[in-house]
Design a protein around this ligand. Structure first.
Ligand SMILES: [Zn+2]
Length: 385
């Protein structure tokens, strides 16, 4: 990749500063979470919280487990809220958002409650399998977890996203017609295109393919729909359709299934190791004071796999881009839409190589532009930037 053609103008100091701060915020958030889990285990505070939970939960196992999760997530939130507030201020400082404080707090509250509901379902199932099948709990837990994961992927566009944003079916006839032509060309069906009211929270633009089966849909931010030409929006649609044609959501679920299988196996191993070596005060698999250890396994695994998962995502993005090149009449609007998106989102066009390798789920704009321009040249077209 060293001598890839790089295209486009250099990054402004502002874009570099904004992205650097965001990266450090992400790293700080990760470190706070990691240290929190280690401290809980190393100091025995996890056992203390478990005892408190049993008192709060009236000695009922499931209720006490729920109370333990409430305490864990509550303390975790208290530790990270400062960083999150800084992130909220950052978006305003760089004029990327005009969200008000009250609206932000409301979003935070909703996110906490959603996390608590989903977390409860997962941990209750987890310890249910541990108590019922102490030997092979992790395989059953994996099957149940993947079932939940697939259900969530399907329900997300209709249940989860509407908690935070408003969506309405796209009513622009010209765009609908363009999409029908594109999807006929692709030999695939698009179940719906929705206008995503992102402008209430952000000035950035975005688009995505979401859902599974009958909830599969393309969502387009109003910040994009209102400021881009029909040809530019068509180029974005073509990219999202590329994700669908290449079945990226299904493939990502399969990748997720493989990773979670290893994750549950590792969690089981870590739990046995800790108990056999008397590392902590908990000496039973079913003692939920060991939950921070399970969380730690998942955090460490996600961290180690992040570069590989991002590389896989970048591969998918290049595939979707290539699909877009092939299906639109002219490469010019695609190039101008990429430039506009980079500017509007204050994206780093040319991040350093290691930053792109570790953090970026999308190839840098400079690489995507270079690929588009190269395609334009081979097609004997003349891109207008
Ligand atoms: Zn994409």
């Amino acid at each position: 990749m060293a001598d890839d053609p790089i295209s486009g103008q250099a990054d402004s100091p502002e874009a570099r500063r904004y992205n650097r701060i965001r990266r450090w915020l992400g790293i700080a958030d990760f470190v706070v979470g990691f240290v929190f889990l280690v401290v809980l285990l190393a100091t025995g505070w996890s056992e203390w919280l478990r005892d408190l939970s049993f008192r709060l939960g009236l000695q009922n196992y499931s209720l006490s487990l729920f109370m333990y999760l409430v305490l864990l997530l509550g303390i975790g939130k208290a530790l990270s809220i400062g960083l999150e507030y800084y992130g909220f201020r950052l978006e305003r400082r760089f004029k990327l958002s005009n969200q008000r404080f009250g609206s932000w707090i409301w979003d935070e509250t909703k996110a906490f409650l959603v996390g608590l509901v989903m977390g409860s379902v997962v941990v209750e199932l987890l310890y249910f399998t541990i108590r019922q099948w102490p030997q092979h709990w992790w395989m059953l837990a994996w099957v149940l977890f993947m079932g939940l994961f697939i259900l969530l992927a399907q329900l997300a566009p209709v249940v989860l996203f509407p908690i935070f944003y408003k969506f309405e079916p796209l009513e622009n006839e010209d765009l609908r017609r363009r999409l029908v032509v594109l999807s006929e060309h692709a030999g695939t069906r698009v179940r719906g295109v929705y206008r995503w009211k992102l402008s209430e929270k952000s000035k950035k633009a975005n688009a995505a393919l979401t859902g599974l089966g009958n909830t599969r849909r393309i969502i387009l931010a109003d910040t994009l729909l209102d400021n881009y030409s029909p040809e530019e929006i068509e180029a974005v649609l073509a990219h999202e359709l590329g994700h669908q044609v290449h079945r990226h959501i299904l493939k990502s679920i399969l990748v997720q299934a493989a990773i979670t299988f290893v994750g549950f196996w590792a969690a089981n191993w870590a739990l046995h190791y800790a108990i056999d070596h008397h590392m902590f005060d908990f000496d039973q698999m079913s003692d939920f004071a060991n939950l921070p250890l399970l969380a730690l396994v998942s955090v460490v695994l996600s961290f180690l796999l992040m570069p590989a998962l991002n590389a896989y995502s970048r591969f998918n993005e290049r595939q979707a881009d290539r699909y877009a090149f092939e299906s639109i009449a002219s490469i010019g609007p695609l190039i101008s839409s990429m430039n506009k998106l980079a500017e509007q989102n204050l994206a780093e066009r040319m991040p350093s190589k290691w930053v792109e390798w570790f953090f970026h789920s999308h190839p840098s704009i400079s690489r995507r532009l270079a690929a588009a321009e190269e395609w334009g040249r081979t097609q004997n077209m003349h891109p207008h930037i």
